[in-house]
Design a protein around this ligand. Sequence first.
Ligand code: PMP
Length: 408
Amino acid sequence: MELIKDVDSIRKLFPALDQKVNNKSLVYFDNGATAQKPLSVIELTDKMNSGVNGNIHRAVHELSARTTELYEGAREDIRKFINAKEREEIIFTPGTTASINLVANSFCQEFLKRGDAVIVTEAEHHSNIVPWQMACERIGAELRVLPVDNNGEWMMEKLAGILDDKVKIISVAHISNVLGIVNPVKELINAAHKKGVPVMIDGAQGVVHCKVDVQDLDCDFYAFSGHKLYGPTGIGILYGKREFLDRMPPWLGGGDMVGTVSFKKTTYADLPLKFEAGTPNFIGAAALGEAVRFVRSIDGDFLKTHEDELVNYLTNSLSSINGVKVFGTSANKISLFSFTVEGVHPTDLAMLLDKMGVALRSGLMCSEPLMTKFGVTGMLRASLAMYNTVSESEYFIDSLKRALKMLS
Ligand code: PMP
């Protein structure tokens, strides 16, 4: 198959990009929140909703067989995409948040006891803080925090001081949704494994911008969402090493996750179904498989060069605007820029830019502890995807300058 190597060809596959918002051509720079969908994903979703629709794993009829094949086919394509060893290690969930909650509940029930500890970093999304906090409160364990420096980078030198025998799991973001820095996850995993502690990676942003190989990373869990990876909403993945998943109790009970059921004793299904109770979002899962096939149809070298070009342009242009402060600079940064402008409220700026057709995120970015660390009550964020261009970035910078003039 010929791989796609240019941004114009990619853009043609995304109907959402070709629209006007507030009478202006849309410049969609909120991909960190959710990405637009390519035609292949839309078409498969439509096809299934329009008739290739029968509940999976349950019936002998043709439609059920076809949806089951699409569902399990997607699982296999996703396994290949992140290079998991076995298909049983790929669990469909409603998304990153659900995947982290699954582990925080099920893993902690089995492996965490009163007095133990869990480590997260100061730069996590609320989805990778609150589920652990809830589990720790329930069990009587302690949530420890690895701090970040003034640039938002993990203070690895502080890890040894908090990584003692009480720690039973560490959960960290591959890439922060605020800072866009690719974190040294491999280094952290090595340090944790030396102490026999498993590591969960929140890959909501990481899987979109990095080539993920879970065996090479040697992470114990990896979570991501379909909707940020050009797939549908309401579907995501939990990858887990079999050695842990096998020992973890089911979290949700219901149909499809059982062996035999009686009022005396119920036995559970093997992996992966043990963690997929009830009718899953099988159309979403099949379409996530399609999204992964779409990503694999784009040339990897092109993606890298294109993203570097966007990062260079925005790093230079944003830093040349008076009063702009970008949070998180690094040689290892993705095309995601959170910033403040002195004396200007982020939401006012975001609203003005919206009128100019530029969609940005503003506010706490679901990362309140990090905002507190930086002493701000909100930021603006421009997060780009593979279909965004340098000329859109130029338009964004011009619009930002115009908006700042209007507010001054
Ligand atoms: N972690 C990170 C780093 C994220 O960026 C997000 C989404 N903004 C999440 C977790 C939560 O993802 P979802 O809302 O799709 O469950």
